[in-house]
Design a protein around this ligand. Sequence first.
Ligand SMILES: [Zn+2]
Length: 255
Amino acid sequence: MDWERVIEFFLVVILALTLFRAKFKGDIGELAVAYMLKGLDKEKYRIIHDIKLNNMGGSTSSTQIDHIVISTFGIFVIETKAYKGKIYGKEKSRTWTQYLSNQKNNFMNPIFQNYAHIRAIEDILNDTYPEMTYHSIIAFSGEANIDSIEVTKAKVCKIRYVSEAIKDLSREEVIGKEDIGKITEILEKNKSNQTDFAHTREIKKVKKESEEKIKANICPKCGGNLVEREGKYGKFIGCSNFPKCRFVVSKNKKS
Ligand SMILES: [Zn+2]
């Protein structure tokens, strides 16, 4: 028997299973949200799932958004996170942390991430709807413990409570029912045709460029100088253009 081929075969199977699992997990999250939005008045709420939009003002040329709910109460932008364990994060910190029994992982602050999504939508709609109201919702899967998260700029909840969060935030009608279709059309027209591969490659490139600038003591956000500053929690490296630019180097990037 050709053992090398057998091993190769099993490696391919393991890879396929890993990919399938990741895809499947994401789909479950999306199904859950689709299901939970069912209780809302269809005439007043319309959902767009998994849309990649042109990102005119952003650092990458397109941005991927999990769910957009267009309604007479404004536009709800929903970012879903399929994370387990205890989640800890602050409104303004660059990263949030996931605590599992034997490890901890940092991930980008989802409020910032979703804010970038909202800005991309705003850029597209601004000409036609400059007074639009935007609502940010971060929805974690049922296995996550989000009890310690206290934020004001976004609603953080479990996926199964998304419809309640939307109802809660539906206070004032800002557009008419007829605008919902118009907005859907404008967004569909601004769908990015960048492939997933090109999108991922671009994100990597931007990340690498940002890391190189940090190494050279240049602020990747505004081009200012990075300087050592003294804060409430000790010394840190931030942008010399503070408070105009709030960029801070996270500790694991530079020691
Ligand atoms: Zn700066």
